[in-house]
Design a protein around this ligand. Structure first.
Ligand SMILES: CC(C)(COP(=O)(O)OP(=O)(O)OC[C@H]1O[C@@H](n2cnc3c(N)ncnc32)[C@H](O)[C@@H]1OP(=O)(O)O)[C@@H](O)C(=O)NCCC(=O)NCCS
Length: 162
């Protein structure tokens, strides 16, 4: 059922802001929340890509979202979120596949991200998807809250998908 949700994946538009904000509130602790304003800016910034899995009937409801930022050589996976009611059923992994394909389509060589080092469950999940530690970033989230910058190296395949 949730794997089917990926067929509802689409680029988010400004009117999706409320659904994305509700998803953010459901998925992240207060200290890790984006502000509504940051989400709004991402929706308008041509170098940001926001992808959304919306509920097929209640279209205002976001089930999962992927935030990508496109740089000269790399695509940064800024955030990935699956609603708690849909977690653990493969949707996050399908969003990863999409991020990988977008990186190749955009002709970039790396997909990169930062992960909180103490979140070993999340870091291992990224490692299972092929990400390798590129750098350690001390005090990245706060004093004594280091991050790992992780990278997935990709072959460029500009013709692979939209
Ligand atoms: C991390 C997340 C996107 C995974 O989505 P998902 O659809 O549950 O992922 P899948 O079903 O494809 O894979 C499950 C794996 O995701 C990881 N995972 C799931 N929930 C997690 C959580 N709350 N924290 C850390 N990792 C988690 C685990 O490695 C899990 O495998 P395991 O149960 O064998 O340990 C989702 O749990 C989520 O949105 N979490 C909250 C937001 C977040 O922390 N985002 C990442 C930082 S931007």
């Amino acid at each position: 059922m949730f794997a089917e949700m990926i067929s509802h994946l689409r680029r988010a538009i400004p009117k999706d802001l409320e659904g994305l904000w509700q998803l953010e509130l459901a998925c992240f602790e207060p200290g890790r929340l984006e502000t509504r304003r940051t989400l709004q800016r991402s929706l308008k910034n041509p170098k940001h890509e926001v992808w959304l899995c919306a509920h097929p009937i209640e279209t205002a409801q976001a089930t999962a979202a992927l935030y990508l930022r496109v740089y000269r050589k790399t695509v940064r996976l800024h955030s990935i979120a699956v609603h708690p009611s849909a977690q653990g059923q493969g949707l996050g992994s399908l969003l990863f596949d999409h991020a990988r394909k977008r990186t190749q389509t955009l002709g970039r060589s790396y997909l990169s991200l930062e992960a909180e080092q103490r979140n070993t469950r999340l870091c291992s999940w990224y490692a299972r998807h092929g990400f390798r530690v590129h750098r350690e970033l001390p005090n990245y989230y706060a004093p004594d809250r280091p991050a790992l910058r992780m990278r997935l190296t990709l072959d460029k395949r500009p013709d692979c998908c939209p």
